[in-house]
Design a protein around this ligand. Structure first.
Ligand code: SAH
Length: 349
């Protein structure tokens, strides 16, 4: 809008032009040009050069799992491949979109497929928003009596804190009245734990924070997640206590690996770390990743671990993988690397 004002429009004219275009593009699903035809000609002329490009993402593959999870593969304008996943809740009450924030990821967690790619580049605001816009359009054609997408999780490819400006701006677009009016409280941003960004995140963004903890002590966390060599778990907790806004809680994610972090003593260490932190805990049985030795415990071990925490008063849920049979579950998103290898290799030459 600033740009429109600089181009000579009065503030109200600029606002109206953007509003009409945004509603036509995001709410009515028109393409950019068609949406522009709804804007009065003088404003449209000034607006046109500033608009998002319709060719932002091209859908190249859609795989539907038995549990209705849909893994969507998109190609960017520069021929890279990213993924989003549409996840209907088991009870049919809500539908969540898992989006990517980067092509690849530079954090190299031992258990994560995306980490194998390394970081290729950050996604732009338009590319993050386009995942929602296009998945939403696609879902509304096939959802039948299932609800529309209401929740968004940044748990796809990439580390959102390494692309914070674009993630924050994309959330501002998705929650705006002129677009989808999503509730910020239904958006979660999942991070490996870049503690020095927490203050900025909470100051700029009303969405929830999710922290991938994954281990109950520094030795094991550093082995699984290189970030821990710089930010030990005591610092993570201190940063959360210092910056979590009053009345809000953090979602702590803990992937369970057989024989590595699933012992009763580990549940006790985890409980001690959670002590005093406003938190909910999600236990995630590991999905097959790059290291064949990192496997899920049996469901009995998962239940014993959960029960020990429940008995100690921790708010803990087990998050069973969705879309595992189509490689759409947490940590399995390697997009191009696994299914469309050619595209990513093109990007590296
Ligand atoms: N970089 C961010 C977001 C992407 S990962 C983060 O680390 O949080 C999203 C979630 O998937 C994280 O909680 C991560 O720990 C989990 N995950 C990664 N690989 C996994 C695997 N092989 N099995 C189960 N969960 C996995």
């Amino acid at each position: 809008m600033t740009a429109l004002r600089e181009a000579g429009l009065r503030p109200m004219q600029a606002r109206d032009a953007v509003k009409v275009w945004m509603q036509a593009y995001h709410q009515d699903g028109l393409d950019g040009q068609a949406a522009l035809s709804r804007v009065p000609p003088v404003q449209a002329l000034r607006l046109a050069p500033l608009l998002l490009d319709d060719t932002t993402l091209v859908a190249v593959e859609e795989v539907v799992a038995e549990d209705h999870t849909r893994r969507l593969l998109w190609q960017t304008a520069d021929k890279l491949v990213i993924e989003s996943v549409v996840i209907p809740a088991d009870n049919g009450q809500r539908v969540t979109l898992c989006v990517s924030s980067q092509v690849g990821c530079g954090r190299r967690c031992a258990f994560c497929e995306t980490g194998r790619l390394g970081l290729v580049r950050n996604l732009g605001v338009d590319e993050i928003v386009a995942q929602f816009r296009q998945a939403n359009a696609l879902w509304s054609r096939v959802r039948g009596s299932m609800p529309a997408i209401s929740n968004v999780v940044f748990m796809g490819m990439g580390e959102p804190m390494d692309n914070l400006d674009n993630v924050v701006d994309a959330i501002a677009v998705l929650t705006h009245d002129w677009t989808y009016g999503l509730s910020a409280r239904k958006i979660s941003v999942s991070t490996v734990g870049v503690a020095q960004k927490f203050a900025e995140f909470f100051a700029r963004c009303p969405a929830n924070l999710a922290l991938s903890l994954n281990a109950p002590d520094d030795a094991r966390r550093s082995q699984l997640m290189p970030v821990n060599q710089r930010v030990p778990i005591a610092d993570l907790k201190a940063a959360l206590l210092a910056h979590l806004p009053r009345g809000r809680s953090v979602l702590v994610e803990y992937v369970l690996f057989a024989g590595l972090n699933d012992a009763p003593a580990d549940a006790d260490l985890l409980r001690a770390w959670l002590e005093g932190l406003p938190a909910r805990l999600n236990l995630i049985p590991a999905n097959p990743g790059p290291d064949p030795l990192l496997r899920s415990p049996s469901s009995e071990v998962v239940w014993t671990f959960q029960k020990r925490l429940l008995d100690a008063g921790v708010r803990v849920m087990v998050r069973y993988p969705h879309g595992r049979d189509v490689g759409g579950a947490c940590g399995q998103l390697a997009g191009a690397h696994r299914q469309k290898r050619g595209h990513v290799e093109e990007a590296h030459v």
